[in-house]
Design a protein around this ligand. Structure first.
Ligand SMILES: [Zn+2]
Length: 138
């Protein structure tokens, strides 16, 4: 088993209290974060399964704090499976921001991601706008 620093993401064989690479107090760092914050941090974990699981859980929890980190993740990741999972999570959380972002993904380079976006958006026509914005539409 490998252990990872949640800031620099370097790995080490022992469960270190202080990261030997960047000096982060790992124990204190995790202690200071709540569950959702820990999941958001785990979106950057280098072992593939962990960010997938974190994205899924964030979608289940529907915590709005996850919206921006999920958007960033989709913009940055090369992993289409992870991008799709993050898209699903954004669909679950469903804020105006997440919805608008999903609309920009209808031309994503990966078909898998486009299909997922289509599936989410086709289920809810026009609900991206807040009710106030809807009234302002011509
Ligand atoms: Zn570190």
């Amino acid at each position: 088993m490998r252990f990872y620093c949640p800031r620099c993401w370097r790995d080490f064989a022992e469960d270190e209290t202080i990261c030997p690479h960047c000096g982060l107090d790992i124990q204190e760092y995790w202690k200071s974060k709540d569950y959702v914050e820990k999941l958001i941090i785990s979106l950057r974990h280098p072992e593939k399964e962990t960010p997938l699981r974190a994205a899924w859980l964030l979608g289940q929890l529907k915590d709005k704090r996850a919206v921006s980190p999920l958007i960033e993740l989709i913009q940055e990741t090369e992993d289409v499976y992870l991008a799709r999972e993050a898209v699903k999570a954004l669909g679950e959380i469903n804020t105006p921001e997440s919805c608008r972002f999903l609309e920009t993904l209808t031309r994503h380079r990966a078909k898998m991601v486009r299909d997922e976006v289509q599936r989410i958006l086709s289920g809810r026509k026009g609900t991206c706008l807040t009710s106030k914005e809807k009234m302002e539409q011509p």
